[in-house]
Design a protein around this ligand. Structure first.
Ligand code: CUK
Ligand code: CUA
Ligand code: CA
Length: 634
C-alpha cells in the first residue's frame, strides 16, 4: 500500500497520524449529528471517504492485499481483481468461449467441458473458495452455471478451470456454497426450478407430486454428484454451518406456482435445513431412489402427510426470501426477506433440538427478525458482531448488530441499526473481506449494484454494473470507489493474497494437458524435442515446439479435407513468455504458456497457402513468428 506517501498532508499540514485522528473525529461528529442510523448525503460521504481513498491507492509497482474473484454473470467467465485497487488482473474463461486463450476451442478445454462443450454460453453467480477448518485453503474455486445446470471447478494454482459437471435431473443450478468444516468435502448447490419427473412431455403440471426440484451435493475432489435430496417448493440460495452438520436453503416458491402472482401468494415461504450426516445415513441404509438414467442416490426430503422427513426441517420465514448467509461466529443462518423488510436469524445451536423433535414449532429456532429496510437480498459480516445487508429497493447497505437484533426480538428497546449507506444503485450481493470464514477481518466490503445509471460515461442503452468498494474498518462505512463491471457479476469473494499460491510456469506433468501427452506418446513423439507430422489416414497430427521468436515447424503440408491437429509445446521456461497459435481464416486460436502443451483440431477445407502466426506478443521479432500450412487440393 501507499507507504511511500509523504508523511505530511499537503493541504492541511497535518501529519498522517494527525490526519487519521481528525478523520476519526469527523466520524464521531457524523455519529453525533444523527447521521448514523439515518442516510448520509452525497457530500457527507465524499468528505468521510477522503482518507479512505488514500488507503485504496495502490501505487504503480505495488501489489494489492487481497485477491478478489468475480463471477462474470451471464458472460460465463470468472474475473480476478486486486483489492483494494479494484484493478482487473486476469479473466478465467469457464462457461464461455474465449478467443485469447482458446478456451472452448482447444482439445484440452473441450475435454474438460465434456458433453457440455456444445453449449457456448453460461450464467455464473456464486464463486466460492475451498476451505479447511473454516478458512480458505486456496486450492479450488467453485462456481455455478444457472443457464445449463453445471458446476465448475477452477484450480487456483494455475487459475484455469479443470472440471465441469452437469447436474442430472434438474434445471438451473443457482445457489452454491461449500462445506467449511473440517474441509470442503461437498459442494452444495440448489436446482432452482420445479420440473416434472420424468420430464417426458406427458405431465406439465407443477401441482403433481412427481413435480419437484432437488438439493445437490457434489464431491469436491471427484466432481461427481454424491447425492440429491427432493424438497418441497423450490430452492434459491444456500450456505453451510461451521459444524459440518447442517446446510440451509431459501425457498421463494413454496406455492409451487408458475407465475409471478402465484409465487407471491403466501405471506411466508421457508428456509429448508438439511441434516447432511442424516442424508448420508439414509443412503448407507439403502433408503434412496434413482431418477431416469442417472445413478445418483436421491433421498426424499419432503413432508409426507404433515410429517417431517428425517433429513429436512422447514422453517417458515417471510416472504420470498433470497440470500442465505451463515454468520462468521457460526451462530446464525440469516435469511434475507426480499419482499419483507426483515432478515430472519435462525439459531444454529437450536437445530439439533428441532431435528430431535424437542421443539413444538419450527419457528422456535428463530431468535431475531430485525426490520432493516426495503428489499433485503444478501448479508455479510465483519467479524465484530455486525452484519451488513443490501437493500435493493432502498439502494442502501444497512449495518446492524446481531446481538442487539436478538435482544430487540425479545422485546428490549435497542436500536440495532448502526448506519445506512447509499449505494449506486440497487445492490444485489455484497461481500466483506474473508467473510465466509472464521477469519473475517472487517476491512473491505464490496456492494455489487445492479444499476449504474449516471455514475459512468454513457455507453449506449446497455450500462455497466457498479461494484462499489466500501471501507468498513472503522465505526462508519465509507464509500471509496466505483468499479464498473460487465454483465452482472452477482457475487464475488475476497481472500488474503497469502492464501492464494500460484505457479510461475507450467509443470510438464500437469494433468491439464495429460490427454494430449498420452496421444503424443502413442505417436512416439517427444513433445519437448520433436517437430514432426504424423499422418493417420485422413487425420494429420502436427507436433512442434515453440521458443521465442520461432515455431519448431515453419511449414507443413496436408491434403484438402484432412482433419488437422496442431500440438505445440512451449519450451520457453521464462515466466511470462507465452506464445499463441492462430491459423488465419480457420477460426483457430490458442495460448501456449511457458512449459505448456496446447492442441487444437480443425479441417483444412481450403486448398492453398495459409499462414499461421503467434498471437501473444513474445519477442521483438514476435511479428516474424509465423509459418505456412500448404494444403494440396483433394
Ligand atoms: S443471486 Cu443475483 S443478487 Cu444469483 Cu446470488 Cu442474489
Ligand atoms: Cu511467440 Cu509472439
Ligand atoms: Ca412465495
Amino acid at each position: 500500500m501507499s507507504d511511500k506517501q509523504s508523511d505530511k498532508d499537503e493541504k492541511t499540514g497535518l501529519s498522517r497520524r494527525g490526519f487519521l485522528g481528525a478523520s476519526a473525529l469527523t466520524s464521531a461528529a457524523v455519529a453525533a449529528s444523527g447521521l448514523v442510523g439515518g442516510v448520509m448525503t452525497r457530500d457527507s460521504w465524499a468528505a468521510a471517504a477522503k482518507e479512505a481513498q488514500q488507503k485504496i491507492h495502490v501505487a504503480p509497482g505495488e501489489l494489492d492485499e487481497y485477491y478478489g474473484f468475480w463471477s462474470g454473470g451471464h458472460q460465463g467467465e470468472v474475473r480476478v481483481l486486486g483489492i483494494p485497487s479494484m484493478r482487473e488482473l486476469m479473466r478465467i474463461p469457464v462457461f464461455n468461449v474465449d478467443s485469447a486463450t482458446g478456451w472452448g476451442l482447444t482439445n484440452e478445454s473441450r475435454h474438460i467441458l465434456g458433453d457440455s462443450a456444445k453449449f457456448l454460453n453460461g450464467d455464473c453467480h456464486h464463486p466460492h473458495i475451498s476451505m479447511t477448518d473454516g478458512k480458505y485453503d486456496g486450492k479450488y474455486l467453485f462456481i455455478n452455471d444457472k443457464a445449463n445446470s453445471r458446476v465448475a471447478r477452477i484450480r487456483l494454482d494455475i487459475m484455469k478451470c479443470d472440471k465441469i459437471t452437469t447436474i442430472p435431473n434438474v434445471q438451473a443450478i443457482h445457489g452454491l456454497r461449500l462445506q467449511k468444516v473440517p474441509y470442503t468435502k461437498y459442494v452444495f448447490c440448489n436446482a432452482e426450478f420445479i420440473i416434472p419427473h420424468p420430464n417426458d412431455g406427458k405431465v406439465f403440471d407443477l401441482e403433481d407430486e412427481n413435480s419437484f426440484t432437488l438439493y445437490n451435493a457434489v464431491d469436491a475432489e471427484t466432481m461427481e454428484v454424491a447425492f440429491q435430496v427432493i424438497v418441497d417448493g423450490n430452492l434459491d440460495n444456500t450456505d453451510m454451518d461451521y459444524t459440518g452438520r447442517f446446510t440451509a436453503a431459501t425457498c421463494y416458491n413454496s406455492e409451487k406456482a408458475f407465475d409471478l402472482g402465484g409465487m407471491m401468494r403466501n405471506e411466508r415461504d421457508w428456509v429448508v435445513v438439511f441434516d447432511i450426516p442424516a442424508v448420508e445415513k439414509e443412503i448407507k441404509a439403502g433408503r434412496f431412489i434413482t431418477l431416469g438414467d442417472s445413478k445418483v442416490p436421491v433421498v426424499d426430503g419432503r413432508k409426507k402427510d404433515g410429517k417431517d422427513s428425517v433429513v429436512t426441517r422447514y422453517i417458515p420465514v417471510p416472504k420470498n426470501p433470497h440470500g442465505l448467509n451463515t454468520s462468521t461466529d457460526g451462530k446464525y443462518f440469516i435469511a434475507n426477506g426480499k419482499l419483507s423488510p426483515t432478515c430472519t436469524m435462525i439459531d444454529i445451536d437450536l437445530l439439533p433440538d428441532l431435528f430431535a423433535g424437542k421443539l413444538k414449532d419450527p419457528r422456535d429456532v428463530v431468535v431475531g427478525e430485525p426490520e432493516l429496510g426495503l428489499g433485503p437480498l444478501h448479508t455479510t459480516f465483519d467479524g465484530r458482531g455486525n452484519a451488513y445487508t443490501t437493500l435493493f429497493i432502498d439502494s442502501q447497505v444497512v449495518k446492524w448488530n446481531m446481538e442487539e437484533a436478538r435482544r430487540a426480538y425479545k422485546g428490549e428497546k435497542v436500536n440495532y441499526i448502526k448506519q445506512k449507506l447509499d449505494v449506486h444503485y440497487q445492490p444485489g450481493h455484497l461481500h466483506a473481506s474473508l467473510c465466509e470464514t472464521s477469519e473475517a477481518d472487517g476491512k473491505w466490503l464490496v456492494a455489487l449494484s445492479k444499476f449504474s445509471k449516471d455514475r459512468f460515461l454513457p455507453t449506449g442503452p446497455l450500462h455497466p454494473e457498479n461494484d462499489q468498494l466500501i471501507d468498513i474498518s472503522g465505526d462508519v462505512m465509507k464509500l471509496v470507489h466505483d468499479g464498473p463491471t460487465f454483465a452482472e457479476p452477482h457475487d464475488c469473494i475476497m481472500a488474503r493474497r497469502d492464501q492464494i499460491k500460484t505457479r510461475k510456469i507450467w509443470d510438464r506433468n500437469d494433468p491439464f494437458f495429460a490427454p494430449t501427452v498420452a496421444m503424443a506418446k502413442k505417436d512416439g513423439i517427444k513433445l519437448e524435442e520433436d517437430n514432426k507430422v504424423i499422418r493417420d489416414g485422413n487425420k494429420v497430427r502436427v507436433y512442434m515446439t515453440s521458443m521465442a521468436p520461432a515455431y519448431g515447424l515453419t511449414e507443413f503440408k496436408v491434403k484438402q479435407g484432412n482433419e488437422v491437429t496442431v500440438v505445440i509445446t512451449n519450451m520457453d521456461q521464462i515466466e511470462d513468455v507465452s506464445h499463441g497459435f492462430v491459423m488465419v481464416n480457420h477460426g483457430v486460436s490458442m495460448e501456449i504458456s511457458p512449459n505448456q502443451t496446447s492442441s487444437i483440431t480443425f479441417i483444412a477445407d481450403k486448398p492453398g497457402l495459409h499462414w499461421y502466426y503467434c498471437s501473444w506478443f513474445c519477442h521483438a521479432l514476435h511479428m516474424e513468428m509465423v509459418g505456412r500450412m500448404m494444403v494440396e487440393p483433394a
